[in-house]
Design a protein around this ligand. Structure first.
Ligand SMILES: NC(=O)c1ccc[n+]([C@@H]2O[C@H](COP(=O)([O-])OP(=O)(O)OC[C@H]3O[C@@H](n4cnc5c(N)ncnc54)[C@H](O)[C@@H]3O)[C@@H](O)[C@H]2O)c1
Length: 265
């Protein structure tokens, strides 16, 4: 408890999956959290849960790829809680499709959300922190597919590789500016979230459709994971709390891989 006491956080895509688990853990540790995302009902459900547990949170609908949208998010955060200390750039979209079938619109959608969205978040919060003379922690959600190849995930992999590269360069830039802002990536393997249950935008099948049911889908992932199980959103949320807190004050420009051993194999 209280590892994030008096800290203010913005979590994009905090209304679902990894983001929702992370905002709940952050609130348990004392942070006040602005949750953003696309689905207002899910956002309000997460806020209700946090407030009922005695935490502080509110939700705003956001498209992370919009620069104007980021201005509104920052202003709302400053009005309600103050200048944010923590940004978890978590929002992301995936696409499972053969490389020859991916359309220019899909390339734009993935890069706009996963890369531009992360960049705009970084740019917005660094400007605000420097203006306020505050230090801070930025955490970017990448993927093991930014480290290793994955068939049918080419543009998603490219976007997550970009998140890792962006993290390292901005971290070193901040260190050179001596602004006290740390920037790190989280690198999840397969974590059981709604990302696995959605149909792909081209009408393709979700993993559950391919495997037959949820149990078979989880078994399929476990078979390809040295620890022989699927990750849970809290596996990521615990690491996010660590990177957000002052416990990680000597950690910047790096990535924490949480994948059940997949990339070590
Ligand atoms: N689940 C996994 O196995 C896994 C593995 C590696 C990386 N990730 C990454 O974790 C992050 C969270 O994914 P998840 O698994 O929790 O899936 P999810 O679908 O539950 O969450 C995605 C979130 O992103 C939000 N979002 C999507 N587009 C947005 C936009 N334009 N603007 C603002 N919000 C937007 C959604 O509202 C949702 O809250 C993503 O970046 C994903 O790439 C997930």
């Amino acid at each position: 408890m209280n590892r994030l006491k008096n800290k203010i956080a913005i979590v994009t895509g905090g209304n679902s999956g990894i983001g929702a688990a992370s905002v709940k853990r952050m609130a348990e540790e004392g942070a006040s959290v602005l949750i953003t995302g696309q689905n207002e009902q899910r956002g309000s459900d997460v806020v209700d849960e946090i407030i009922q547990s005695g935490g502080a949170a509110f939700f705003m609908k956001q498209d992370v790829g919009s620069k104007d949208g980021w201005k509104e998010i920052l202003e709302a955060c400053q009005t309600r809680y103050g200048v944010p200390d923590i940004l978890f750039n978590n929002a992301g979209v995936s696409l499972a499709k053969p490389v020859t079938k991916i359309t220019p619109d899909e390339v734009y959608w993935i890069l706009k959300t996963n890369v531009s969205g992360t960049f705009l978040g970084i740019q917005t919060i660094i400007s605000a922190l420097r203006d306020a003379g505050k230090s801070g922690s930025i955490i970017n959600n990448a993927s093991i597919f930014g480290l290793v190849g994955s068939p049918f995930q080419s543009i998603y992999s490219a976007s997550k590789g970009a998140v890792l590269a962006l993290t390292r360069s901005v971290a070193i830039e901040c260190a050179q500016m001596k602004d006290g802002i740390r920037v790190n990536s989280i690198v999840p393997g397969s974590i059981w979230t709604p990302i696995f249950t959605k149909e792909s935008p081209d009408g393709g099948k979700s993993l559950i459709d391919v495997a037959g049911n949820e149990k078979n889908a989880k078994d399929l992932i476990a078979q390809h994971t040295p620890l022989n199980k699927v990750g849970e959103p809290n596996d990521i949320a615990h690491a996010v709390v660590y990177l957000a807190s002052d416990e990680s004050q000597f950690v910047t420009g790096t990535e924490i891989i949480i994948d059940g051993g997949v990339t070590a194999h």
